[in-house]
Design a binder for this molecule. Structure first.
Ligand SMILES: [Zn+2]
Ligand SMILES: [Zn+2]
Length: 312
């Protein structure tokens, strides 16, 4: 039996061994052509949704995982002005390891990495858990949003890029449809425009699957943190991902069709300005955007500095 040929090698008269089969697109690709396909797909997504241009100053939120590290590497390869932000949550082992991966990539691509050390700014996530009734993940989300927005504004970045991939977006979309969360559906889009004190936010990997993202970092030898955060409690999101993966295996292309169909057909009907903007004021303590008088982060700070003991 003759080995399969790379779909793109066939048209370009090259002959490299097939390394990847992308069933959603029925493409068999060698390593070189997979990298080309991947980078071209992200570049097209950036243009299609007008995420940014070479004139923008981009801040990439880097967690130490495959998606955000691969994204930062790719943006620097494409010649964009992209710098990194790593937020050290102070979770034993997990944070120090993921921080090292982020720092290693920064020196490899010779781009600056901002590091926010949560333990010295406020308190580590393990400590903060004692002070807040919120689940660790939602607490962490609040803090990440706060520092991403703040660092971006203080350093005059024009756009904030995150590594959310197709699987993440589809799992969220699925959940929002299942519960008809109209407000969330209206906001789910690869680009959120700048709104008052909030920076423009973009998801350049929204049309890239988890598997494709993992292959890209593998082919470029980018080490990343593999375990999930030890506090992660995304049980329902993992369950949704499992169901969607089953549908994908039975009918390849289901995820990308579902997601891009939503962006094309339903999203334009939902995205009225009054639906996607929420009433905002500025925190009277730190000046960051908030929906309450004192923002959630300053409230936490006041609790901790108030010489109180954690609620038992
Ligand atoms: Zn090829
Ligand atoms: Zn505040």
């Amino acid at each position: 039996m003759t080995p399969p040929k790379c779909t793109l090698c066939k048209t370009q008269q090259t002959n490299f061994p097939v390394k990847v089969y992308l069933s959603s697109y029925n493409l068999k690709l060698c390593q070189k052509h997979f990298i080309e396909w991947f980078e071209n797909r992200v570049a097209t997504t950036i243009e299609k949704y007008r995420m940014f241009t070479p004139h923008d100053k981009i801040l990439v939120a880097v967690s130490g995982g495959k998606d955000s590290l691969g994204l930062w590497f790719l943006l620097s390869r494409l010649g964009y002005h992209a710098e990194g932000l790593y937020i050290d949550l102070g979770i034993p082992e997990y944070s120090s390891q993921s921080r090292t991966y982020a720092q290693n990539l920064a020196s490899r691509i010779q781009r600056p990495l901002h590091v926010v050390d949560l333990a010295s700014e406020l308190a580590s996530i393990p400590e903060l858990r004692q002070w807040s009734r919120k689940p660790a993940c939602s607490l962490c989300g609040t803090l990440k949003r706060y520092y991403m927005n703040r660092i971006a504004r203080e350093n005059a970045y024009t756009v904030l890029a995150t590594g959310h991939n197709l699987d993440d977006e589809v799992a969220v979309l699925w959940n929002n449809v299942m519960h008809w969360n109209m407000e969330y559906l209206a906001k789910q889009y690869p680009v959120l425009p700048a709104e008052g004190p909030f920076l423009k936010k973009v998801k350049p990997l929204c049309r890239i699957s988890e598997k494709e993202s993992a292959l890209y970092t593998l082919f470029h030898n980018i080490p990343y943190i593999k375990p999930e955060c030890p506090y992660s409690t995304h049980a329902s999101s993992l369950e949704n991902k499992r169901i969607l993966q089953q549908l994908e295996e039975e009918k390849p292309g289901t995820k990308i069709t579902f997601y891009t169909g939503f962006l094309k057909n339903l999203s334009p009907l939902l995205r009225h300005p009054e639906r996607i903007s929420s009433p905002l004021t500025l925190c009277i303590v730190c000046g960051e955007p908030t929906t309450t008088e004192v923002c959630a982060v300053c409230q936490l700070k006041q609790k901790i500095q108030g010489d109180n003991h954690p609620p038992s």
